[in-house]
Design a protein around this ligand. Structure first.
Ligand code: NAP
Length: 545
C-alpha cells in the first residue's frame, strides 16, 4: 500500500510522503528527530522495536549496564533534562537508561512522529525523481527525498552457526532480543555462549540466581576490568550537575568522548616501583580509567602493553581460586585490542561449584540436541541456552535492509569486500542517503552519545542546506570517498588492534572477509573535519540542483 497525503512543504517541488525518512529511534535517532524537526521539514521516524531507546530497548538482559559514566553518556543538548534528571548510579543499568530515553522522547513530544514496530525491509532510489521509496516489513511504502539512517552499529544479533538449534526444546535467548518479561533462572541448568562485554555482565548476574548449573562456553578469553560502580548520593549528583558546564566541553576534547583520556606521560618516565603504583592507582579507579586513562604507550607499544597484561593477569589469578580456570580466563591477545569489558564480580563467579567454564577450542560444540548441546567430549543438558554472541557489527543493521541505489547497485554488494564510505556518512552510488551510525564513522570506539551528537547536528545542517538550496541530489565525491577509506584502513592498520581478531574487523562472523569496520582516529579531529567541510560549503560532496 502506498500512503500519500502528508502535506507538501512550500518551496520544495517534490511530491513525497515525507521530506526525510529517519530509520531508528535509538540514542542517535531520537536526537536526530529533534534536530530534523527544528528544520521545519516533514519527518517520519520508523523504528523496528516496540519502544524507543535502541540498544537500551533491546538489550534488557540481566546485568545490562553502562561502562561509561552515566552523566557522560546522557544528551548534552537537553537542558531541562540536565537540570532535573538524577542518575542513581555512576554506571546506570538498562532500566534507568530506557526510562531516560523515554523521558526525552516525551519531553520533546516526539512520539507522534515515530512509528514503532516498523522494521524497514528495503529502500530504493529513483533516479528520475531523486527520491527514495522505503518499504516496511508490513509492506507499506513511503517516499521521501532524503533518508537518514540511525540504525546502530551493534543492533543486528549474531548467532553461532552450529547446526540443530531448531531441535532444541528448552528456552533460547539472545541478549540483544531479551524478552520484556521476567526470565526465571533458579533451579535451572543454563548454558551461556559468549564472554564479551555482554557475556561478562550476563554471566555475573546468572551465577547469582541460584541456578542448578551454569555452563559457559568461551571461544576467546577477554581482559575484563572492575567497573567499580556505586550509588550516587544527592550531594554527589548535585556536584556532578554543577560541573556540567565544564564536563561537556571537556568530553569534546578527549580522544573517544570518555571522561578518561589517554595519559601522555609515557611509562618510561616511571621507575618500576612508580609504574606499579601508577597501575595500582588506575586499577583502583572506576571504568575505563584502566583503559583509555592509562599511559598512552600501553595502547601503542606491544612490550609496554604486555607489561600491563601481566599486571591484569596477576589480578585475575588473585581472584580465581582454580589456577587452571584462571589460565583459561587470561587472554593471549594484547590488552585493548578487543573491546575491554567492565565487570562487577565476574571472576568470582568461576569459584562457584555450580559454574563450569568450557573452552570451545578444547571442546567444540558440534550441534544442539533436543535437550542441550553435543560437544566433542559428550552431551550437556540444559533448560536454557543464552547467546551473548554479539552482532553483525557496523554493517549488519544496514545490510539487513535491501538498499538499492543508482543503477540498481546494492549497498550490501558494494560492501562485500569491506565498507567504503565518505566519513561514514555517505556512500557513492547512494545519493540522498545520510548515515549516522554505520561503518567507518566515529562510533564503536568511544562514548556513543558523544560520538553521535556532533554527527546528528552536522546531518541536520546538511539536510537544511539541501532543502534551502533546492538540491536534487547529494552524493560524495568518489575521490574523497577513496581518500577517506584509505585513511580509515591506514589508521587501523597502524594500531595494535589490527593484530587481533575481533568484531571491529568482522572476524566474529564466519566467512566474512576481514576488513576494518570502524574508525579509530580521534573524535575531536573527526568532528572538526566534518564541521570544517560544512563551513567550506561541503567541498567533498557533489550537489545536483
Ligand atoms: P562481542 O564483543 O562480539 O562478544 C561476543 C562473544 O561471543 C565473544 O566472546 C565471542 O567470541 C563469542 N562468540 C561469537 N560467536 C560465537 C560462536 N559461534 N560460538 C561461541 N562464542 C561465540 O559482543 P557483545 O559482548 O554483545 O558486545 C558487543 C558490544 O556491545 C561491546 O563491544 C560494547 O560496545 C557493547 N556493549 C556495551 C556494554 C556497556 O557499555 N556496558 C555492555 C555490553 C555490550 P570471540 O571473542 O571469539 O569472537
Amino acid at each position: 500500500m502506498t500512503q500519500t497525503g502528508a502535506e507538501h512543504v512550500e518551496g520544495t517541488a517534490r511530491h513525497t510522503d515525507f521530506d526525510v525518512i529517519l530509520i531508528g529511534a535509538g540514542l542517535t535517532g531520537i536526537y536526530q528527530l529533534i534536530k530534523l524537526r527544528e528544520t521545519g521539514l516533514r519527518v517520519r521516524c520508523f523504528e523496528g522495536g516496540g519502544g524507543v531507546g535502541g540498544t537500551w530497548y533491546w538489550n534488557r538482559y540481566p546485568g545490562a549496564r553502562l561502562d561509561s559514566e552515566s552523566y557522560t553518556y546522557q544528551y548534552s543538548f537537553a537542558e531541562e533534562m540536565l537540570a532535573e534528571w538524577d542518575w542513581t548510579q555512576e554506571f546506570a543499568g538498562q532500566p534507568e537508561l530506557e526510562t531516560y530515553f523515554n523521558r526525552v522522547v516525551d519531553q520533546y513530544d516526539l512520539r507522534k512522529d515515530i512509528q514503532l514496530n516498523t522494521p524497514i525491509d528495503s529502500m530504493t532510489f529513483d533516479e528520475q525523481s531523486n527520491n527514495w521509496t522505503v518499504t516496511t516489513r508490513g509492506g507499506e511504502q513511503f517516499t521521501s527525498h532524503l533518508v537518514v539512517t540511525a540504525t546502530g552499529i551493534l543492533s543486528a544479533p549474531l548467532y553461532p552457526d552450529t547446526p540443530g538449534l531448531e531441535n532444541y526444546q528448552g528456552e533460547v535467548y539472545h541478549t540483544a532480543t531479551w524478552p520484556d518479561t521476567e526470565v526465571e533462572f533458579a533451579g535451572k541448568k543454563v548454558i551461556i555462549f559468549g564472554t564479551g562485554a555482554t557475556g561478562v555482565q550476563l554471566i555475573t548476574e546468572v551465577a547469582k540466581q541460584d541456578v542448578e548449573k551454569l555452563t559457559i562456553f568461551q571461544r576467546t578469553a577477554n581482559w575484563a576490568i572492575p567497573l567499580r560502580n556505586h550509588d550516587l548520593s544527592a550531594d554527589e549528583m548535585s556536584n556532578i550537575r554543577a560541573g556540567y558546564q565544564e564536563l561537556f566541553p571537556w568530553l569534546r576534547t578527549t580522544f573517544s568522548g570518555f571522561v578518561h583520556n589517554w595519559d601522555p606521560t609515557p611509562t618510561t618516565a616511571y621507575t618500576p616501583e612508580e609504574l606499579l603504583a601508577r597501575y595500582e592507582l588506575a586499577w583502583s579507579r572506576p571504568g575505563f580509567a584502566k583503559w583509555t586513562g592509562l599511559p598512552l604507550d600501553v595502547g601503542t607499544d606491544p612490550e609496554v602493553n604486555q607489561g600491563w597484561c601481566d599486571f591484569v593477569a596477576g589480578k585475575i589469578r588473585e581472584r580465581v581460586t582454580d589456577p587452571k580456570v584462571a589460565d583459561m580466563l587470561i587472554p593471549d591477545h594484547l590488552y585493548g585490542t578487543k573491546r575491554v569489558p567492565c565487570e562487577s564480580g565476574y571472576y568470582e563467579s568461576f569459584n562457584q561449584d555450580n559454574v563450569e567454564l568450557i573452552s570451545l577450542q578444547e571442546n567444540p560444540v558440534l550441534e544442539y540436541t533436543a535437550t542441550g548441546v553435543r560437544t566433542a567430549q559428550g552431551d550437556i543438558d540444559a533448560d536454557m541456552i543464552c547467546f551473548a554472541t554479539g552482532f553483525y557489527a557496523f554493517t549488519g543493521a544496514l545490510d539487513r535492509i535491501d538498499i538499492t541505489g543508482q543503477g540498481g547497485r546494492k549497498l550490501k554488494d558494494e560492501w562485500e569486500d569491506g565498507p567504503v564510505t565518505f566519513m561514514g556518512v555517505q556512500v557513492d552510488g547512494f545519493p540522498n542517503l545520510l548515515i549516522n551510525g554505520g561503518p567507518h564513522g566515529k562510533g564503536g570506539h568511544g562514548n556513543s552519545t558523544r560520538c553521535s551528537e556532533p554527527v546528528v547536528e552536522w546531518t541536520a545542517d546538511l539536510v537544511k542546506y539541501i532543502f534551502d538550496n533546492n538540491i536534487a541530489r547529494v552524493e560524495p565525491d568518489p575521490e574523497a570517498q577513496r581518500r577517506w577509506t584509505d585513511h580509515v584502513y591506514e589508521v587501523a592498520n597502524g594500531t595494535l588492534m589490527s593484530r587481533t581478531k575481533s568484531f571491529f574487523f568482522g572476524d566474529n562472523v564466519p566467512g566474512k572477509k576481514r576488513a576494518y569496520l570502524a574508525y579509530v582516529g580521534a573524535l575531536p579531529a573527526f568532528v572538526n573535519d566534518l564541521q570544517a567541510m560544512a563551513a567550506d560549503g561541503y567541498p567533498d560532496l557533489i550537489f545536483t540542483k
